[in-house]
Design a binder for this molecule. Sequence first.
Ligand SMILES: Cc1cc2nc3c(=O)[nH]c(=O)nc-3n(C[C@H](O)[C@H](O)[C@H](O)COP(=O)(O)O)c2cc1C
Length: 221
Amino acid sequence: MNVYEAVRSRRSVRGFLGQPVPAAALTRVISAALRAPSGGNLQPWRVYLLSGSPLEDLKSRVRHRIAAGDRGDPPPVRPYPAALPAIYAERLADMGQRRYGAVGVARDDDEGRARVRARNWECFGAPTALFCYLDEGMLAPQWMDAGIFLQSVMLLLRAEGLDSCPQIAWAEYHRTVAEVIRPPDGHVLACGMSIGYADPREPGPPMPRAPLPEIVTFLDG
Ligand SMILES: Cc1cc2nc3c(=O)[nH]c(=O)nc-3n(C[C@H](O)[C@H](O)[C@H](O)COP(=O)(O)O)c2cc1C
């Protein structure tokens, strides 16, 4: 698989087969992704990979919290700015419509949406999950580094026939994630990611992208 194929075939998969992820493939992917660039070569990411009983333990703890009506922890970082400029607010709304519409959940069906969202904390059935932490003192450039690392992981997973879903949703239960993972003090959960083999019965809605001229300006002499 070449890089274009990896980029084009990567999507956020929200339905996985239970088939385990081979440990050797995971090691190959993470080892190669550690080649990701970072400003000053800080390599600010701290990565945890959970499968088997630690992942079951985590899922079960969050499941119990949700069943008890617990709406989660105050997020360490807001997922979006409070005042989202209109163009981004429109894209966010469009994404929600496609995602929930694809599973027949209406815009005003809060309970249905919560039920679909809760699949996040079941890893959408994936047998493996990655959690990426950063030192809480890190700044925007290091968060960008972490994003580059995570995209490297997602593309390399494609080369192994594996799929993924990056999940900021795990930050909503970051205290429970920390209970299981026990990251070093002063570290903040930047992102989770479900990893596994896509369930072909759950293709998910294709998410469009803005056309190139809307995003890119070529300044040429
Ligand atoms: C940093 C980050 C966090 C995300 N968090 C979630 C999440 O918590 N749950 C989820 O289902 N998708 C999540 N996504 C997936 C986005 O919704 C998805 O990337 C976007 O809609 C484009 O779709 P695609 O990835 O299928 O191309 C996240 C993506 C990124 C990059």
